[in-house]
Design a protein around this ligand. Sequence first.
Ligand code: HEC
Length: 143
Amino acid sequence: MPIRVAWLVIPAFLLMACSNEQAGNDVNARWYTQSLAENGRLVFAQHCSECHGKNAEGTADWKKALADGSYPPPPLNGTAHAWHHPLRALMRTVNDGGIHLGGKMPGFKDKLSESEKAEVIAFFQSQWNDQIYSAWLQRGGLK
Ligand code: HEC
């Protein structure tokens, strides 16, 4: 091709290659829809944020045990270790809480519907950046 056309076409291909790469990390590639996460924000505000914070930011000192040996509510926004747990383990925590393990979190088994439980998880996962979300997937988050 004439050299001048090549100068136009090659950068266009490079641009396309880059934006394809980004699409792999897009929020739209997550297991939940945007509207599921948005509903979850309301359920989270009603049932979880008093402990875990409005945006799931948790307690700054979440690693430090309290006087009774239990731990403060951790962040669920990707900065602590919620992303080490696959979806079904997160669901188990929402259902059973942590009191039976010596913790403080109440269980929501009968307080939330199955779809509300999925919504709150979608909401706090929507606070995870793409890097954390991919790391979670690679650890078998959906398995
Ligand atoms: C009364 C305070 C309280 C409420 C309300 C609460 N949590 Fe918790 N949550 C905790 C505490 C404290 C922990 C740490 C484990 C424990 O002590 O039970 C925890 C742990 C968790 C974990 C495990 C995090 C990890 O890194 O392993 C998840 C997930 C979680 N909570 C989600 C929720 C969701 C979703 C809701 C609302 C449906 C909720 N929590 C409501 C206090 C609370």
